[in-house]
Design a protein around this ligand. Structure first.
Ligand code: PXP
Length: 246
């Protein structure tokens, strides 16, 4: 069964738009996470960014106490946030690149270039009982480097696939890269997640990519929730994952 992790960052984005630097305010990402769980999602994902533009420290600790599914903390490999993750003890972390100007995570991690530093964090997390995923572009070298440093998971960046979805040639080329990367990762004993830009339109075609364990989806679910409510948006997305053959 293909699992769904819901990324709740955008709930906090709306809250911060009005209540920045306040201890409280609506909407509450933790309440949203509980609604997503009640609707059947398999995990909650939150990105604690260095600039705290959406999710705050208190959110991740409340999530840790409240949710019953898996907590996936996305973070950049920087000492301050790594220390918080070690204290928080999420079930899994996903290391992502982070640039201050970007609206959302734009590119994949360069595991080849940052192999040493990522290996150190990978070991610290595993020693603390936390699984490690690396958010990477579907490139052979990045998959190989992820296996070499001992990550348990990779998360394949589907941004380019989503971006080119309406251009058949580019879309097919991206699909090919995703299929090849997932196949190689599976051969190297990495488990494979995917995410970024996935929505009702492009999800059915993504079923062509083998070995997927979990998809992390934020924007399309939170957007759809404005029309139909969060529980229904989550259930609709779960419906689109059904029938995945792996
Ligand atoms: N996976 C990772 C690593 C992300 O950083 C994000 C958010 O940018 C997502 C998945 C979810 O992407 P989206 O909000 O486009 O569904």
């Amino acid at each position: 069964m293909l699992k769904l992790g819901v990324n709740i960052d955008h709930v906090a984005t709306v809250r911060e738009a009005r209540y920045r630097d306040r201890a409280q305010g609506e909407p509450d990402p933790v309440a949203a996470a509980l609604l997503c769980e009640a609707a059947g999602c398999h995990g909650i994902t939150a990105h604690l960014r260095e600039d705290r533009r959406h999710i705050q420290d208190r959110d991740v600790f409340r999530l840790r106490e409240s949710i019953r599914t898996r907590l996936n903390l996305e973070l950049a490999n920087v000492p301050e946030i790594v220390a918080i993750a070690l204290k928080l003890k999420p079930d899994i972390i996903c290391l992502v690149p982070e640039r201050r100007q970007e609206v959302t995570t734009e590119g994949g991690l360069d595991v080849v270039k940052h192999r040493k530093a990522l290996a150190v964090t990978r070991r610290k997390m595993n020693d603390a009982g936390i699984e490690v995923s690396l958010f990477i572009a579907p490139d052979v070298e990045q998959v190989e480097a992820s296996a070499e440093i001992g990550a348990q998971f990779i998360e394949l960046h589907t941004g380019q696939y989503a971006e080119h979805f309406h251009h058949k040639r580019e879309r097919n080329a991206e699909l090919r890269r995703l299929v090849d990367a997932a196949t190689l990762a599976h051969r190297l004993s990495l488990r494979v997640n995917a995410g970024h830009g996935l929505n009702g339109e492009n999800l059915p075609v993504l079923h062509l990519v083998p070995h997927l364990v979990e998809l992390n989806i934020g924007h399309s679910i939170i957007s759809r929730a404005m029309a139909v409510g969060l529980p229904k948006a989550v259930k609709e997305t779960l419906g689109l994952l059904k029938g995945y053959r792996g």
